[in-house]
Write a protein that binds this ligand. Structure first.
Ligand SMILES: NC(=O)c1ccc[n+]([C@@H]2O[C@H](COP(=O)([O-])OP(=O)(O)OC[C@H]3O[C@@H](n4cnc5c(N)ncnc54)[C@H](O)[C@@H]3O)[C@@H](O)[C@H]2O)c1
Length: 259
């Protein structure tokens, strides 16, 4: 399919390569600054006009948390299937959902497009459901990333913890700072390490007096995010079985549920 990229930074370039390897054509690249983008602009009308003129059949947006809402407000009315990887707009989810609904458009978002991480969420949910019957197992989440990462803990670490809490009733709250006190049994700790160049490691630890079970996802590079975003656009642009084009707000869970 013909794809437009909004945000042509590290991820944008990687997505372009992943899309081309899967037989798609990048017909338009939009960026605020990137000199190699076809359309360098901060003007939303100009951005939308460039995308329309390119004949794009879908859009992938990986820009910046400070830009993403303005981009979404401009891009949703184009009604082109829109995949959003930029983080930092979850507080506006209801507004975006309304905009998508009013425009009868289709938007898929995820804080982590890695297929492996999304498989990991499901594995962790299943393991947590099993653990619900075995009180002797405590649980915790550990994540490690490179020393340039701005946020801590990682959004993915928190999402993993949410999957545990949804499936393991004895864990009720997520804590990221323990201070100088004992952890309470109902608390689930997410602990973070920042060191060197680690791309991203997330572990779930189930620990009993007799043994330890560890589940680990270790990212080797960021290519998994790019490939996942392209696959997400392919899924979003494909019509519902026996129906018309997809409309509404979707997440990676919808893709996995449809398999
Ligand atoms: N969801 C995921 O799986 C996932 C994975 C990796 C990164 N990310 C997120 O994707 C975003 C981009 O990451 P990156 O590593 O490519 O960053 P980057 O800084 O390398 O690139 C971002 C690009 O977006 C451009 N930009 C900013 N505002 C823009 C606007 N209004 N219109 C067009 N372009 C604009 C910047 O000029 C820059 O070139 C970040 O928010 C990051 O957290 C998400």
């Amino acid at each position: 399919m013909k794809v437009a990229l909004v945000g042509y930074g590290k991820m944008g370039h990687m997505i372009a390569r992943a899309a081309e390897l899967r037989g798609h054509t990048i017909v338009c690249t939009v960026d605020l600054f990137a000199e190699d983008a076809q359309c360098v602009t901060s003007d939303k009308k100009e951005m939308v006009a460039a995308i329309a003129a390119s004949g794009a059949e879908g859009i992938i947006e990986f820009s910046h948390p400070a830009s993403v809402m303005d981009n979404l407000v401009a891009l949703i009315p184009t009604k082109l299937p829109l995949v959003v990887g930029t983080t930092g707009w979850r507080d506006h989810l209801e507004d975006v959902e309304k905009l998508v609904h009013d425009n009868k458009s289709a938007l898929l978002y995820s804080a982590n497009f890695s297929v492996g991480v999304n498989l990991f969420y499901r594995i962790v949910s299943y393991a947590s459901r099993l653990m619900a019957d075995f009180d002797e197992y405590d649980a915790a989440v550990f994540e490690a990333h490179h020393n340039q990462k701005a946020d801590s803990p990682s959004g993915t670490g928190i999402d993993i913890a949410k999957h545990i809490i949804e499936n393991l009733p004895r864990k009720k709250t997520i804590i990221t700072e323990l201070g100088s006190r004992k952890i309470l049994p109902e608390e689930l700790q997410v602990s973070s390490l920042r060191v060197g160049s680690v791309t991203g490691t997330h572990s779930v630890i189930f620990d009993s007096p007799a043994d330890t079970i560890e589940l680990t996802h270790r990212a080797r590079n960021r290519e998994g995010f790019a490939l996942g975003a392209v696959r997400a656009l392919e899924w979003l642009a494909a019509p519902e079985a026996g129906q018309g084009p997809k409309t509404g707000l979707f997440s990676m869970d919808d893709i996995f549920d449809s398999l």
